[in-house]
Design a protein around this ligand. Sequence first.
Ligand code: NAD
Length: 249
Amino acid sequence: MDDYAGLVAVVTGGASGIGAATADLLADRGARVAVLDRDLSTAEPRHLGVECDVTDRASVDAAVGRVVAELGGLDVCINNAGIGAQGDVAANDDDEWHRVLDVNVVGIARVTAAALPHLRRSRAAAVVATSSVVARVGLPQRALYGASKGAVLALTLAMAADHVAEGIRVNCVAPGTADTPWVGRLLDAADDPAAAAAQLRARQPMGRLVTAAEVASAIAYLGSPLSGSTTGTVLTVDGGLSALRLPPR
Ligand code: NAD
């Protein structure tokens, strides 16, 4: 499929997990891809790697400027960089609340704001963010992370409304637990990683985690002209977790 032929895509957090799978898929489908990440050590060398911290506006502005200068424009902006947080509403102090919201929410605002002038010049402008199933389903010990991903959903709707008349589409995906280095790190930190992994799988209606490639496929659809009449939506990729009320396997 060559639905991204002639398009330039930026993927934040594109050096790992869902972002890396998305960068590879978009390139396979014809895009010239720039990976914006604070840690490029695991970035795929075939993409333009640009070191960028989404919490730093100067870093974001410089990164977007470099992408446009080197790749000739910007058509598709994938706002995927994110960090996690565990615990109930009392578990994290103010600094941690600000740190997580700064990456997961304000980071999207910074990158999209920097991309907007270039998206306005595109014939196929699209913005896609990575929210989460926890934006719409109450899961325990996810107060801060869930609040951040709920804000991603609301920001997606607001940006879709603001920019629809300019021909810029804005959507998001809501993954369930996906098999990425992030989840691997969480499991490794458990007292018994194998038992924790088995428990996690048992909670999934399909008995397995979502794959990064499956989430990338949903992001690619929303960023592509193939979804040209779709804006202000959330595409859930969670193996049925939010829709099916099944007991653990
Ligand atoms: P990951 O840790 O494998 O990759 C995240 C990438 O984001 C890393 O390369 C990291 O360096 C980068 N990053 C983090 N902070 C950054 C910053 N300030 N500036 C620039 N880059 C930064 O994680 P993943 O599992 O692939 O998660 C990607 C996105 O998917 C996140 O937004 C996450 O919240 C979301 N998500 C993940 C899951 C899951 O189960 N893995 C589920 C739902 C949503």
